[in-house]
Design a protein around this ligand. Structure first.
Ligand code: PLP
Length: 371
């Protein structure tokens, strides 16, 4: 079976992990800090701060707290998104309000957002689907006009550029994920990027149960047990072992991205010739592609999935929109016609950081055979 997504773990990871295991400090420590520094370097951050977390979901949760979102506030978010985003909005006691998306980039539709803004709206949580940036010019214009915070879910977009700058290097609050299937993985992991040093300090306390000195600082002195708890907090820190895996991956990320861009362009070049297929509207030049998707029209998507499965090609649907779930259907205030349509057409095809030509050719030819 050709898997849909596949982590790229290279040999030197084992060496790095053994070193850390033998040093005996498995929890958060100097490697976590190194990983944060490398992320900042890769994203060319100036006047921005990175705080690593144990998952992308916890990064999004802390981002909402930093944005000051709380009880009975509303957060506008696309229903066409991973349910992590919707759950964290509930976790801070706020209410998700589902907006629609645009057909060209499958990111938020600002006209749809505008209609949903109320006095209770506190933030916009926007996604860069499959690594393709959403309409950030439009989003930040709305945010300014209505005084809203913006949380960019950049879990798909580590390495994507917008107007020539890396996503994360210019926004309000940006969140990344390094979970098992993301381009860079630390097995599980995430990061929040913020503008103010003060917010970085807050994040560092929020991720270690509200303790005022994290383990690195405490072990510098002999009196490890002396600390104060000064805020709410969670057990969200990223251990050294995970950071080491992330670090070794991060050093190769440019190569991962270049390869993925090449594979996506090959897919688009051939698949765009099929009448029933709509390929993404991008040349992938500044996109760090987390997934490759196409839209299949004429109700042929589900039979294509079965056909490819029989030919040992795994595909996926990202995602069932949240307003279709029992727990979330109550949060759809407006009709979401584009979301409904895309949900019936979307299919993700295998995309890895290293694919051989034969595999790619086989997938494309099999799709041709189906049509
Ligand atoms: C991966 C992902 C997350 C959550 O990240 P985890 O690290 O898995 O917790 C959130 N949103 C989207 C769109 C994702 O793909």
């Amino acid at each position: 079976m050709i898997p849909l997504l596949k982590p790229q773990i290279d040999k030197n990871v084992v060496k790095r992990i053994s070193k850390i295991l033998s040093e005996g400090w498995l929890g958060m420590g100097y490697v976590t800090k190194q990983f944060e520094d490398e992320i900042a370097k890769f994203l060319q951050l100036k006047n921005r701060f990175v705080v690593a977390t144990n998952t992308g979901t916890s990064a999004l949760h802390l981002a909402l707290i930093i944005a000051g979102v709380k009880n009975s506030d509303e957060v506008i978010v696309p229903s066409f998104n991973f349910v992590a985003d919707h759950q964290v909005i509930l976790m801070v006691g706020a209410r998700p309000v589902f907006c629609d998306i645009r057909e060209d980039n499958l990111g938020v539709d600002c006209t749809s957002i505008k209609k949903l803004i109320t006095k209770k709206t506190k933030a916009l949580m926007v996604l860069h689907y499959a690594g393709i940036p959403c309409d950030l010019n439009g989003v930040y214009k709305l945010a300014k006009e209505y005084n809203l915070r913006v949380i960019e879910d950049a879990t798909h977009a580590f390495g994507t550029k917008y107007n020539g700058e890396y996503i994360g290097s210019f926004g309000d609050i940006t969140c990344f994920s390094f979970d098992p299937i993301k381009i860079v993985t630390s097995v599980d992991g995430g990061a929040v990027v913020v503008k103010k040093a003060e917010d970085m300090d807050k994040l560092r306390k929020l991720r270690v149960l509200g303790i005022n000195r994290d383990t690195i600082e405490r072990y510098k002195s002999n009196r490890v047990w002396e600390y104060d708890v000064i805020t709410e907090g969670f057990r969200y820190h990223l251990p050294n072992v995970n950071a080491a895996i992330g670090l070794s991956q991060n050093r190769k990320v440019k190569e991962f991205i270049r390869n993925r861009q090449k594979y996506c362009k090959t897919y688009s070049k051939f698949l765009s010739k099929i009448k029933e297929i709509i390929v993404p509207e991008t040349n992938y030049k500044n996109v760090s592609p987390f997934m490759y998707y196409v839209r299949v029209t004429n109700n042929k998507r589900d039979t294509l999935i079965d056909y490819l499965m029989a030919k040992k090609i795994q595909t996926g649907i990202h995602w069932i929109p949240a307003h279709k779930f029992s727990y979330f259907k109550q949060y759809a205030k407006a009709r979401l016609p584009v979301t409904e349509k895309i949900f019936k057409e979307i299919i993700s095809l295998p995309l890895h950081s290293y694919m051989n030509r034969k595999t790619l050719k086989y997938i494309i030819e099999t799709i041709y055979k189906f049509f």
